[in-house]
Design a protein around this ligand. Structure first.
Ligand code: FES
Ligand code: FES
Length: 226
């Protein structure tokens, strides 16, 4: 029998004590011991960035760290984004990925969101090259990255607008305006029989807003299992 060590991880603001073998990777502790499966595993070798989380505010690839190395750390995973002060339901970054079509299969999305969060925490007004550099350790097999860059730009603009409105704090109703705009867009999209309403759309889900939102939140933005 392998010895286990008790460690303490504060994940998304909640302290957990877990017993782990010395060889257990942080990503497995997060996904399997804490059941936070929004953090994905794409390669287990540090190449894809799907497992990116913030450890004490810094983006790390959680497949490259033993859980014991994170003992005592504050971890933010994608599930914690909805509880951040800037969030109103979805965080502006999550909104950005929805509004700017920053995902297709969504597998890379949690890691992209965390890389984007780390960037905007350090640099609230990044230029395109800085965004591309910040996500350069995160691979996406679907999107070509352009819409991911736009999604992060959307979040930067939205956070800036909220700060201007609220004197630097997140607006309690800051997302309501965005939500209203989105509703209008979906109404149009419904007429076009597609989610996005664009010509040559990829053929994504049609204009059933409520079920689409539920599925989108669950599958790609930090909801339940994948
Ligand atoms: S699973 Fe960690 S970098 Fe790919
Ligand atoms: S959206 Fe499929 S891997 Fe990025």
């Amino acid at each position: 029998m392998t010895d286990e060590t008790e460690i303490t991880l504060t994940v998304n603001g909640t302290e957990h004590t877990v017993a782990v073998e010395p060889r257990r990777l942080l990503v497995h502790a997060i996904r399997e011991d804490l059941d936070l499966t929004g953090t994905h595993i794409g390669c287990d070798t540090g190449n894809c960035g799907a497992c990116t989380v913030l450890k004490d505010g810094e983006p790390i690839k959680s497949c490259l760290m033993f859980a014991t190395q994170a003992d005592g750390a504050e971890i933010l995973t994608v599930e914690g984004m909805e509880d951040l002060p800037a969030s109103d339901g979805l965080h502006p970054l999550q909104e950005g990925f929805r509004e700017e079509h920053g995902l297709q299969c969504g597998y890379c999305t949690p890691g992209m969101l965390m890389a984007g969060k780390a960037l905007l925490d350090e640099n609230p007004d990044p230029v395109e090259d800085e965004i591309r550099e910040a996500i350069s350790g995160n691979l996406c097999r679907c999107t070509g990255y352009q819409n991911i860059v736009r999604s992060i730009e959307y979040a930067a603009d939205e956070l800036d607008a909220r700060a201007a409105t609220d004197g630097g704090t997140a607006a309690a109703d800051g997302g309501a305006t965005a939500g209203d705009d989105t509703d209008a867009e979906f109404a149009t999209a419904g007429d076009a029989d597609t989610f996005c309403g664009l010509e040559d759309c990829c053929g994504g889900p049609d204009g059933d807003r409520e079920s689409f939102d539920d599925q989108f939140d669950r599958d790609h933005l930090g909801g339940d299992d994948q």
